[in-house]
Design a protein around this ligand. Structure first.
Ligand code: TXA
Ligand code: MG
Length: 349
């Protein structure tokens, strides 16, 4: 299949909508990451998404809408959901609610809940509205890889597997939406993302963090979200994270880096801009500034993808701050590292 990538003009959006109406799939930009969309009510089209991404069938999709009025058609809204929709839609928040029968099972992987989001990106909005249907869409990457934040990332992963990419430039947020289960009280964050825990707390009281977000799930705990079962965001090389006092972390990273380089492995370090000089002439990439987690979020997936392009085998990184969108960044890094974290201790050794 030939994949066309078009700047998202009004004409291109109309073409994309026609493809959706004929049962095809199209990649489109949102404020978080690029999505790979299909008509929610067409199970054959949805099956093409799973096939193109090679996504496990047991991982449900988010349904994207252009108008909050469409929500009551798709699921049952509790009081808290209504409040959250008023405050955060459109935007990087996905709400898990009790589904109505109209939602095909292939979207929810047989669950009785459905995840709903209304993107704030004007191109996403225009695209969904023009199709006239809710658009089911996961991130537009090969399953397991970092999500795409540019049309070029989508092409790298899916060229020849999908008919069209709408190019809307770089996504402003850079990591995915926050997934919040509002069927329970207090609501539970299943995936931290674009809307911070702090801002959710301010609107609905304290929300909880699901187990499995910052640590591997322990045996015996039921899986809070099907997505947690699978590997995500992983580069081809091995990513190792270091926590502890600054001095211990820097010393440990230098030691590990020097060891793998001397063994002949291409290696790299992720560090905050002011710390880069501490690593001398080693190969270091900037994660932005420690105090600006939104900057780190925006560049994270490009950084992980560039490691594959450069054939880097060993990547070493500090763990950024947890505040605001930093929680989402840390969650993605921990998963990209397959929970491979070295604790160097708080004491200066
Ligand atoms: O920002 C985003 O959320 C992007 C853009 C394209 O909207 N989409 C995205 O979709 O990240 P995806 O499929 O890559 O991630 C959706 C996550 C998965 O972890 C999935 O398991 C979870 O949401 N999810 C979907 N439906 C669910 C449900 N009914 N219950 C629990 N988790 C659900
Ligand atoms: Mg994804």
């Amino acid at each position: 299949m030939n994949t066309i990538c078009l700047p998202a003009t009004t004409h291109a959006i109309r073409e994309a909508a026609l493809l959706i109406q004929s049962g095809e799939i199209v990649a489109f930009p949102t404020e978080t990451v690029y999505g790979l969309g299909a008509d929610t009510f067409n199970p054959d089209a949805i099956a093409k998404i799973f096939n193109a991404k090679q996504r496990p069938q047991d991982n449900p999709l988010i349904v994207h809408i252009a108008d909050p009025c469409d929500i009551s058609h798709l699921c049952y809204m509790e009081h808290t959901a209504k409040t959250l929709i008023e405050f955060f839609f459109p935007g990087p928040l996905t709400l898990v609610m009790r589904k109505k029968d109209i939602i095909p099972d292939i979207i929810t992987a047989g669950l009785d809940s459905v995840a709903i989001r209304m993107p704030s990106h004007p191109i996403a909005h225009a695209f969904i509205k023009t199709t006239g249907v809710p658009i089911a869409a996961p991130s537009a990457n090969r399953s397991g890889k970092p999500s795409p934040t540019t049309a070029a990332h989508v092409i790298t992963d899916l060229s020849g597997r999908i008919p069209m990419v709408l190019d809307g430039g770089e996504c402003i947020i850079g990591i995915e939406s926050t997934v919040l289960d509002v069927r329970v009280n207090p609501p539970v964050i299943l995936r931290p993302g674009g809307v911070t825990k702090e801002s959710l707390d301010a609107v609905v009281g304290s929300v909880r963090l699901s187990p499995g977000i910052m640590n591997p799930l322990e045996g015996g705990i039921p899986l809070p979200s099907p997505g947690m079962r699978h590997e995500h965001y992983t580069p081809n090389g091995t990513l190792t994270l270091f926590r502890g006092s600054r001095l211990n972390v820097f010393k440990a990273i230098k030691t590990e880096y020097d060891k793998t380089v001397s063994m002949g492995y291409a290696s790299a370090i992720f560090a905050f801009t002011p710390d880069i000089r501490l690593f001398g002439d080693r190969l270091v990439f900037s994660m932005g500034n420690q105090d600006a987690p939104q900057e780190t979020a925006k560049k994270l997936y490009t950084l992980l993808r560039s490691m594959d392009e450069m054939g880097i085998s060993c990547i070493y990184s500090t763990i950024p701050n947890l505040h605001d969108i930093g929680m989402g960044v840390v969650n993605r890094l921990i998963r990209a590292a397959r929970f491979n974290i070295i604790d160097t201790g708080e004491e200066v050794s």
